[in-house]
Design a protein around this ligand. Structure first.
Ligand SMILES: [Fe+2]
Length: 278
């Protein structure tokens, strides 16, 4: 009688999913098993390391609740969220604004703001800024009535949703619309780098691997218009620290812009959003 090989075990587990009625579920489960086994075999995973992994995932579950989602944080810090974003939201059309992670701090239902109206509702000493530009189609046609759903963190590093007792809930959040020429204007503060929550298992993983938890300064923008693919993206400040080492891998060169001092005492940031026809 011959001894069972590692490959024979993998093949047997994969085959056990052959009868899965749903084709997509079968594809996912069999690929998951193949890759998990390949991982264990590649690193020659020890008993203790397997248990450490189980305990890490258990701790990740335990710290997760309605507002703290440690599994998404884990996905983000492993670059999984970005690869899924690229697979599903990447555009082949040249010049179209690149997407990046939605992140955990998006709250639907932000207040409508007029053209150039401020979304600052809390004095945190941030540098007052105005972000302006156009929303256009891939062929350059301005898009009137496009919706820009905007959110960012305070100069104290936190988003309003993280500080319900400190910031007004709609601070630094707003829904803007483009005018007849596709132009928009957002009055806000210059964004500030901030750490992702690092007091849980993901923070310990970053620490143990010599990584920092910081994200470079950015403003979140979700741009949509009828007849176009919605893009969820960021505006990154080119003078921010951490552009080369974003903890969640969200930076793309095309999304980095400059904030330039103007005669009016505001920092000016000019950037256009280019949408792909649906
Ligand atoms: Fe963010």
């Amino acid at each position: 009688m011959t001894r069972m090989t590692e490959q024979e075990l993998t093949d047997e587990v994969v085959a056990r999913f052959d009868a899965t009625p749903d084709d997509r579920l079968r594809t996912i489960m069999q690929a998951l098993v193949r890759h998990l086994h390949a991982f264990a075999r590649e690193v020659r995973l020890t008993d203790d390391e397997w248990m450490a992994g189980i305990q890490f995932l258990t701790a990740t579950g335990h710290i997760t609740d309605d507002v703290r989602q440690e599994f998404i944080l884990l996905s983000d810090t492993l670059g999984m969220s970005m690869i899924v974003d690229m697979i599903n939201h990447g555009s082949e059309t040249a010049g179209v604004t690149e997407p990046t992670v939605l992140g955990p701090f998006y709250v639907p239902g932000s207040p409508e703001r007029g053209f150039g109206e401020s979304m600052i509702e809390f004095d945190d000493g941030g540098e007052e800024s105005i972000i302006t530009g156009q929303v256009v189609s891939a062929d350059g046609t301005p898009i009137a009535g496009a919706v820009l759903d905007v959110w960012q963190n305070s100069a104290n590093k936190f988003y309003a949703v993280q500080q319900p007792d400190v910031q007004p809930p709609t601070n630094l959040r707003g829904i803007y619309r483009t005018d007849d020429e596709g132009r928009y204007a957002i009055r806000t503060i210059r964004p500030t780098p901030y750490p992702i929550p690092d007091d849980g298992p993901v923070g310990r993983m970053l620490d143990a691997t010599g990584r920092h938890p910081m994200r470079p300064a950015h403003v979140h923008v979700k741009v949509s218009a009828p007849g176009y693919r919605t893009v969820v993206t960021h505006v990154f400040d080119e003078r921010s620290e951490y552009l080369d080492s974003d903890a969640v891998f969200g930076v793309k060169d095309s999304l980095i812009v400059s904030f330039v001092p103007g005669d009016d005492g505001l920092l000016h940031c000019a950037t256009d959003f280019v949408l792909d026809p649906a």
